[in-house]
Design a protein around this ligand. Sequence first.
Ligand code: NAD
Length: 278
Amino acid sequence: MRTYQMNNGLTIPAVGFGTYLSKDGDEVYNAVRKALDAGYRHIDTAAFYENEETIGRAIKDSGVPREELFITTKLWNDAHGYEEAKAAFKASMDRLQLDYLDLYLIHWPNPVSVRDRWQSANAQTWIAMEELVEAGQIRTIGLSNFMVHHLEELLKTAKIVPAINQLRLAPGVYQAEIVNYCKEKGIILQAWSPLGRGELFSHPTMLMMAKKYGKTVAQIALAWSWSQGFLPLPKSVTPSRIVENLDFQDIELSNDDIATITAIEVVTGAKNPDEIDF
Ligand code: NAD
């Protein structure tokens, strides 16, 4: 499995396994076990997904050595603030049953609960996360859904520069301003919904590329994600698709085809985090 090097010197597997809306219980348990069997070593969850406990059990039961795994979870919108972040982290770790976490992300920059004071809420949350890094409980800290103004504000007080920003990125969903900003700062972009939430599967350009390369639309979308230097987090609970979504690593898209895929237009784009209602 290819890895990327982060700005703290550590490496991260260049594909992660998504688990949003993978139902708690057998569904997410079996999906994670299948993913680990298939060779994924990087799992993406969140307190909000309400499946951390089962994922922790699946990880333990898999027998894969802890040091081979890269586990991410995220701080939800009800836990911005210093004390809140420490408590939320502990609760996630209790559910995941891990001794340390590889990556902890602030899930959204500007939830409704702190919209009148998001700057200080993020700064305080970040101090708590930095302390957890210093204490050896988290290896790497980062962000999700942060736009340029949110990041610039955080960088005014941060001692640790975030290593990751997890954004909605897929063919047709290319958030150029924040992507370019993160690339300049050496912040790795993780791509959520890298398969485009359904729309891409019937897109004529994607179907044409799939035929040309003898691969599936999902695999073309993932190869495109890598062509942009992104770290895709494909999600599936279907065993054959879990395997399929790893089998794109040999695809070499031509520059012309990358440009054609990048120019795709889709109906549903990324939400503006300043306007989310949660
Ligand atoms: P995705 O793009 O990974 O998948 C979308 C859907 O495509 C899946 O539900 C599945 O039904 C289908 N699919 C998967 N593989 C397929 C295949 N090979 N062929 C055909 N259909 C296939 O979308 P996602 O789950 O929204 O995003 C991926 C992960 O990103 C999530 O599971 C989660 O871990 C993360 N995420 C993060 C945020 C955030 O705010 N940080 C938000 C959403 C998702």
